[in-house]
Design a protein. Structure first.
Length: 184
């Protein structure tokens, strides 16, 4: 065996070991939660793996179905929705994590009633009925600006916010619904 061949063999063994190590690190990360491809790439590069090794390891994980941006997008949408975030907020987060737009839109494609329910749950959690802030619109006959700002920051559209706040403001202080135009 010549010195040149031995050196090439050692480089190849080293590259395979690096690739196996990068794959192992990526699998440990994926075992904790779903990760987007760009997120995994960034974490592996930050750990000092060469970009070629990272690309090879991630391609193998994708080919084996162990990493999927579609699953990552679905997981992120579920987590954020449970925490009371709306479609605009979630869309921006998916964009910042470099998830393809078609995958993001596919996960966010829900009827307005669904997003209104998410907004209503977030609002009730933040401003429980009976609290001073929640009762302010019923006393004044209008919407509460604090509630509207909260829902806007959470990523809900003006239409959804209007729907949720209209529904909330049609209740009297004791919680009974008022008919439209009725005096309280």
């Amino acid at each position: 065996m010549t010195l040149g061949k031995a050196s090439a063999d050692l480089r190849e063994v080293g590259k395979r070991q690096e690739s196996a190590k990068a794959r192992s690190v990526a699998l440990r990360l994926l075992a904790r939660r779903e990760h987007g491809l760009a997120e995994l790439e960034g974490k592996l590069l930050a750990k000092g793996f060469p970009s070629g090794v990272v690309a090879e390891a991630l391609q193998a994980l994708c080919d084996e179905g162990l990493q999927s941006d579609a699953r990552f997008a679905a997981s992120l949408v579920r987590r954020r929705t449970r925490r009371g975030y709306g479609p605009a907020y979630i869309r921006q987060e998916l964009h910042s994590r470099r998830v393809r737009e078609d995958l993001a839109e596919g996960q966010l494609n829900q009827p307005d009633e669904y997003w209104a329910e998410v907004a209503q749950c977030a609002l009730v959690k933040k401003f429980p009925e009976g609290s001073e802030v929640a009762d302010a619109p019923a006393r004044s006959g209008g919407f509460n600006a604090a509630e509207a700002r909260f829902l806007t920051r959470r990523g809900f559209s003006a239409d959804i916010i209007h729907r949720v706040l209209t529904n909330r403001s049609t209740k009297t202080l004791d919680g009974r619904r008022m008919s439209a135009g009725a005096e309280g």
